[in-house]
Ligand binder design. Structure first.
Ligand code: GDP
Ligand code: IMO
Ligand code: MG
Length: 403
């Protein structure tokens, strides 16, 4: 067992602790080499998880970020809503890179299908809202609406002739939302998907249970983030799934007692894409400076992300919900040029001193400038959670590990 696994144990989970885009993909990619099974639990192609390997950038929307590691079992769990053409495109891109996936991909028969019309309906609902949420328009809300209404179509039906199911939806969707359903394309998408991934659809709860019995290790890749959780987030400016550790375990059907660690991923500052309250949002030059230094443009939609400062009070709220065993504080390097760094602690915006020197690419805590060390230690003290991982750049190697 490696030292990382000694610390994290056989079932670990990576959960976003802010409003998404904290850098979950990168830590999952790093840890994936140590785990046998990598699983996505909830959400859909609203996620955009970026990893940078040897200077090449890869963005995944549905596939877990660990999928670049050959031979790992990949699970798409029951809590997911899956847009089939997007999944097929990701598989095709992997195959173009010489990475075969079909023989190690396990898709839950209980995951729901996102149709193209769900995306259209997403747009219509946004237009109708007095206060739009700023959704990713990936059809997530409407697909979960169907799931909750028990009118959704699950992956287990992919092999059936679903023509009448689709054609029966054309009229009601036109009537309710003014959306034209392209039934022929939807039906063709189902056929194409069945031909490519039909063999991957299975009982993933059983698969994971058997994997655990056989002593295999499991890495759970959370999507979205705690402040976007449908129950515990900043409602109504949230997504439609449960984004906490508990939600991930539910989405996968993993027994809660199985989990041995949970890494909360938080940027050293904060961003939000979409609408809603953002108490520590930066003003003036700082907003743009953080965006440019951090490359803060949405991985899914390309939208400029709103930027601001770390809110430790919110980290404490997310800690109360998830019981993180360690933080991955990401993108510390983005703060390298700041004179002072505002941080929300106990409802007050304190200014901590910056370090005005480069942390880019550093891999040991001792090498960090003194004020950067103090910054991390303050997060640890205020939250009572150790910063096990500290990100100093987008690349796979640019990470400090304190185990
Ligand atoms: P995710 O949705 O949580 O996986 O995060 P995204 O991939 O949407 O956004 C995180 C962005 O930050 C990506 O462009 C990553 O390549 C980048 N990134 C991750 N960690 C670091 C870091 O420590 N430093 C810097 N500069 N960039 C990072
Ligand atoms: P990852 O996994 C950042 C946000 C959207 C919008 C709200 C609802 O990359 O961190 P939705 O399309 O889900 O109905 O949109 O949630 N949102 C995200 N923001 N990162 C994400 O995923 C997000 N997934 C959804 O911007 O505000
Ligand atoms: Mg993202």
């Amino acid at each position: 067992m490696s030292s990382i696994q000694n610390t994290l144990g056989p079932v670990t989970s990576v959960i976003g602790a802010q409003w998404g885009d904290e850098g979950k993909g990168k830590i999952v990619d790093i840890l994936a080499s140590e785990y046998d099974v990598i699983a996505r639990a909830c959400g859909g192609a609203n996620a955009g998880h970026t990893i940078v390997v040897e200077g090449e950038k890869h963005v995944f929307h549905l596939m877990p970020s660990g999928c670049l590691h050959a031979g790992k079992d990949i699970v798409l769990g029951s809590g997911l809503v899956i847009h089939l053409p997007t999944l097929l495109k990701e598989i095709a891109t992997l195959e173009e890179h010489g990475i075969s996936i079909i023989d190690r991909l396990h898709i839950s028969k209980a995951a729901h299908i996102v149709f193209d019309y769900h995306k259209e309906v997403d747009g219509v609902l946004e237009d109708q809202r007095e206060e739009p949420i700023g959704t990713t328009k990936r059809g997530i809300g409407p697909a979960y609406m169907d799931k909750a209404a028990r009118t959704g179509v699950r992956m287990e039906r992919l092999g059936e002739d679903l023509s009448s199911v689709i054609t029966n939806r054309v009229d009601p969707i036109k009537k309710n939302y003014g959306v034209d359903v392209d039934a022929a394309t939807e039906i063709q998408n189902l056929k194409d998907a069945h031909a490519k991934i039909g063999s991957c659809i299975c009982d993933t709860v059983e698969f994971l249970a058997k994997a655990r019995s056989a002593g295999k290790t499991i890495l759970v890749e959370g999507a979205q983030a705690v402040l976007l959780d449908i129950d515990h987030g900043t409602y109504p400016f949230v997504t439609s799934s449960s984004t906490t550790l508990a939600g991930a375990l539910q989405g996968l059907g993993l027994p809660p007692m199985a989990v041995t660690s949970c890494i909360g991923v938080a940027k050293a500052y904060c961003t939000r894409v979409g609408e809603g309250d953002f108490a520590t949002e930066a003003e003036g030059d700082a907003e743009e400076r953080l965006r440019e230094r951090g490359g803060e443009y949405g991985s899914t939609t390309g939208r400029p992300r709103r930027t601001g400062w770390l809110n430790i009070d919110q980290l404490n709220e997310t800690q109360a919900l998830n019981g993180f065993t360690g933080w991955n504080v990401t993108k510390l390097d983005v703060l390298d040029e700041e004179e002072v760094i505002p941080v929300m602690i106990n409802s007050k915006l304190e200014e901590l001193p910056g370090w005005k020197s480069s942390t880019a690419g550093l891999t040991s805590f001792e090498e960090l400038p003194e004020n950067a060390q103090k910054y991390i230690k303050r997060i640890e003290e205020e939250t009572g959670v150790p910063a096990t991982f500290i990100g100093t750049g987008p690349g796979r190697e640019e990470m400090i590990t304190k185990t």
